[in-house]
Design a protein around this ligand. Structure first.
Ligand code: NAP
Length: 296
């Protein structure tokens, strides 16, 4: 068996086209969805993610409010900016790029974002609603993974899903979503204290690898026919690449692709979906604010 490649890049392009059309019809009502992007410092990975988000915003005809601040910005200054963005009617979504510098209390910052503009879905109100199965902004990476699985018609109801990783941004919310209606999967969440990762992975119909460690999922751990979603993004040295590095996931792609039924590549899998769902949430937020039906 050779796995079908679940291209997040292709699905993201399709969704972005639909979002572009929605943005253009909103413009006829005088509404331009606006996303404020806040970055502290110049970490290369964070800067690259932020630039990607700002560029995508503009490509879709949305407004991007870019706040690139010094790493020395104080908690009080950042809270003051969040308060200005909360009050700005042109801003429909606020994204604070994580991780924040050590001296910043990230939880306090996230809790000060107006939940109506919490397009990242990290505010406790958004998380609480998600746990209760109420309508809210879903965190972008889990949301993008759900879209990829839906598009590929992967059967989720009753499926054994094993997630590697229990972070607040990927593993935990994804587990909460997949166990609920309408997905109805049976979910196991593994982490570094899991006794035998391979035992869990071998019985999985769907594997979601979000450990941030290369080679976490090897071919011996995968049941033939399983669907494998690789969330991990790891930089490894590659002197043949002009950048000096290349990106790989958490899964041994070449070997696992020979026995899985479907697999996401890295890059080009989950990553493009994450940015797209951020745009989706921002357009949704603009529609909600102006009482316009969201067509997607
Ligand atoms: P994180 O906060 O570092 O969490 C990693 C999780 O994986 C932790 O729960 C950790 O367990 C677990 N883990 C690590 N090594 C393991 C192992 N060998 N066996 C079992 N569990 C293991 O990371 P994150 O923010 O969730 O991100 C995970 C990866 O996804 C990273 O590579 C990140 O860059 C990538 N990512 C990609 C996107 C995208 O859009 N493509 C979005 C978000 C994240 P403990 O809790 O016990 O430490």
């Amino acid at each position: 068996m050779t796995a079908a490649v679940l291209s997040g890049k292709t699905l993201a392009q399709e969704l972005r086209q639909s979002l572009k059309e929605t943005v253009s019809s909103l413009a006829q009502n005088g509404v331009v969805p606006g996303l404020a992007v806040v970055l502290l410092g110049d970490d290369p990975a964070s800067s690259s993610y932020v630039l990607g988000k700002e560029r995508t915003c503009r490509e879709l005809g949305m407004r991007s409010f870019d706040h690139h601040l010094s790493a020395a910005t104080s908690q009080a200054e950042l809270l003051s900016l969040i308060s200005q963005l909360n009050a700005n009617p042109d801003v429909h979504g606020i994204l604070v790029q994580l991780p924040l510098p050590q001296h910043i209390n990230a939880q306090e910052i996230l809790q000060n974002i107006n939940p109506d503009k919490d397009v990242d879905g990290f505010h406790p109100v958004s998380v609480g609603k998600m746990v209760l199965g109420e309508e809210t902004f879903l965190p972008c990476t889990p949301f993008g993974i759900l879209k990829l699985l839906e598009k590929a018609h992967v059967t989720l109801s009753g499926a054994e899903v094993v997630i590697v990783g229990r972070s607040n941004i990927v593993g935990k919310p994804l587990a909460l979503l997949l166990m609920q209606q309408p997905y109805n999967a049976t979910v196991t969440v593994c982490h570094t204290k899991t006794k035998d990762l391979a035992v869990h992975l071998r019985r999985a119909d769907i594997i979601i690898a979000a450990a941030g460690r290369p080679h976490t999922v090897t071919a011996e751990m995968v049941k033939p026919g399983a669907c494998v979603i690789d969330v991990g993004v790891n930089r490894i040295e590659d002197l043949t690449n002009p950048k000096g590095f290349r990106l790989i996931g958490d899964v041994d792609y070449d070997e696992v692709a020979l026995l899985a039924s479907a697999i996401t590549p890295v890059p080009g899998g989950v990553g493009p979906m994450t940015i797209t769902m951020l745009m989706y949430n921002t357009v949704l937020s603009a529609c909600r604010r102006h009482g316009i039906a969201f067509p997607l």
